[in-house]
Structures are given as C-alpha cells and as structure tokens.
Design a protein around this ligand. Structure first.
Ligand code: AMP
Ligand code: MN
Ligand code: MN
Length: 323
C-alpha cells in the first residue's frame, strides 16, 4: 500500500485524467462529509465528468437541503468503468464508509480528509489536518482545478465549514476559515438557509430529548468530566430519533468547569460514543485507544458490550489522557 501525502498538483492531475467518479461519505453522515463530496462532484460534473454519490445511510433531515443531495444513493450503478476514482471524504479509514462498499484497489482511491491519524489508505491522499473541514481541502483543489465555484457548490462548501466549526465557534475557526467563508458568501453561498436548516428550527421532540439528556448528566473528576446517555426508550418517549442527538454533546461540554464531555448513544442496536474536549485532554487519542478516532477536541467510537462497560472504559481512556 502506498502511504504518502499527494501534492495538490498530483491530485488535480488525477481528477483531470479520470472520467468517472464515485463520491463516498462516512456512515451517520454529517455536513462535512456530504458537503465536501457534493461540492467536488458538482464541480467535476461541470468539467463533463460522470459522477455518482454514494452513502450507505439515509441523508439526515437537516442536510437534505444541500444542492445535489437528492442524487445521493445507497447503491452503485453496475456499469462503472474500471478506472473509476472512488473519492472518500472526511474519514480516517475506509471502514468508516460502512460495510457495503465494494472491495477496491488503492489505485482507484482518493482520500480527502482533515482527521488526525488518517491511514493514508488511497493511492492519492489529500490529508490536511490543519484545515477546519474536508470541504476547505476540496476548496483548495477546486482553485487549482480552475473550476468556477457556483452558488450551489459554495453552499455545500460553507456547510462543511459551519458544521465542523459548530457555527464558526470551535477553536478550528481560524482566520483562514473565516476568509474562506466570506469568499463563499460572495460566491452566493446561502448562509441563512444553512443556519435555518441545520442550527435553528429544532424539532420539539429534539428539545424534549435534550431536556432528558440534561436531566441525566453525571459529573465527576472534580466537575471536569460530564457524561450522559440516550437509549431507545428515551427516544420513543420523546418522539425523537438518533438524528435528534446531533450536537447534544456540546451542551454537556458547555457546562461551567467541564473540560471533557461524553454522550453515550445506545439505540438502534448500536452503542456509540461522542467525545468533546475544551482543549487540554486529547479525546482523539482516548477514542483511538478504544478503536475510534477523530480530532483532538472532537472524537468518537463504537462500543460493544453494555453501557456500564462503555462508561467505565471511556473513563479509563480519558484518565490515561490526563483527565
Ligand atoms: P461525532 O461525535 O459522531 O460527531 O464524531 C466526532 C468526530 O469523531 C468526527 O470527526 C468523526 O469522524 C469521528 N468519529 C466518530 N465516530 C468514530 C469512529 N467510530 N471511528 C473513527 N472516528 C470516529
Ligand atoms: Mn465527519
Ligand atoms: Mn470533518
């Protein structure tokens, strides 16, 4: 396996050379993985390329407004050429794309990402961990490619920035991220729509669920750690579903004195954990020690076993990182 970073010029040469593309986003998709793939795909289509958009899960309600979202499918056409380039957006390893992706040779893989510890799993790896979103990595590629960013592409790209920076609030909101955001607004990105669809306009069921999550908060380690949990019963009692838990972990992190927060999501036959840090404790390292991944201040993992086991092992992994 070739495990190297690829230069912007070499990635762009591969984009020009190939005629067919499949844009692949990670399971439980967010605004970055979908927005980045759609932006690059829509731009490649302007160059006359054939592009498909693949996602194993359904597109979340809050992201269906994304230009091109209606094109995203959980199946692939049978007649794709052999030299199709499969573009994985916003994931540190291929497994994050789910279990239904066909077996691929690395030669056919372009990995575009900004996660710490990306496995450089493609023949082409465009991995920039200092970027705030995978979408801004795509923006650098589009500039080199010389494609005009239209209003739809700009909306996709601004969505990647706004979702991965928590509405331009997280520490990854660099001056560069703000400059790119301003440029995207000038190109016609619909910031009001992004704000309305993703950040405001909450379902009442989601707000009721948030009340339950807040009611179940646990504090430990002298108030530096806050965790809570959601299960199937809480969801059904509130009339909510898993999509309504998006971002709730940030409410836990926002409590006075809290440095690390965890939300345990035990529903739909799975147990997943979202971790967030204010910057002293590396939650990516804690998650990676338990088979997950992410960024220094935002990470996640999948667990097997009981909720009580998961709470215990996450606590130990966080203590090992200095909690
Ligand atoms: P989330 O808490 O689901 O919003 O995820 C926070 C960050 O952790 C994102 O960058 C995810 O890509 C990453 N992440 C979440 N779950 C996993 C996992 N099971 N394996 C690797 N990375 C993950
Ligand atoms: Mn993501
Ligand atoms: Mn991302």
């Amino acid at each position: 396996m070739i495990q190297e970073m690829t230069s912007t010029e070499d990635v762009v040469a591969a984009l020009r050379r190939c005629d067919a593309f499949v844009m692949i986003s990670h399971v439980k998709p967010d605004g970055d993985t979908l927005g980045a793939g759609l932006a690059l795909g829509l731009a490649l289509e302007k160059l006359g390329k054939r592009v498909c958009y693949y996602q194993q899960d359904a597109v979340p309600r809050t992201l269906r407004f994304l230009p091109g979202a209606e094109r995203i499918s959980s199946t692939l056409p049978a007649n794709l050429p052999e030299d199709t380039l499969y573009v994985f957006c916003d994931m540190s390893d291929m497994a994050r794309a789910g279990t239904h992706v066909p077996r691929l040779s690395p030669e056919n893989v372009l990995d575009i990402d900004h996660h710490l510890g990306n496995g450089l799993f493609g023949a082409y790896n465009y991995v920039l961990p200092t970027e705030c979103s995978t979408g801004t990595c795509v923006m650098h590629l589009l500039r080199e490619l010389g494609v005009q960013i239209d209003a739809g592409i700009a909306t996709c790209l601004l969505t990647t920035i706004m979702t991965d920076t928590g509405g331009l609030m997280h520490s990854n909101t660099s001056p560069g991220a703000l400059e790119l955001s301003a440029e995207l607004m000038r190109l016609g990105a619909d910031k009001e729509k992004i704000t309305r669809e993703i950040f405001s306009n909450k379902r009442v069921a989601a707000t009721k669920l948030l009340g339950r999550v807040i009611g179940a908060m646990h504090f430990s380690h002298d108030g530096r750690y806050c965790w809570s949990a959601v299960d199937d019963e809480m969801l059904s009692q509130c009339g909510a579903d898993g999509e309504d838990t998006e971002d709730m972990v940030n409410v836990l992190l926002g409590q006075e004195g809290v440095e690390v927060a965890a939300l345990f999501k035990a529903y739909d036959g799975e147990l997943r954990v979202s971790l967030r840090s204010t910057g002293r404790v590396n939650v990516q390292a804690a998650a990676a020690s338990l088979g997950g991944g992410g960024h220094f201040r935002a990470a996640g993992l999948d667990c097997s076993g009981t909720l009580a086991d998961a709470v215990k092992s996450v606590d130990s992994a966080l203590v090992a990182q200095g909690l």
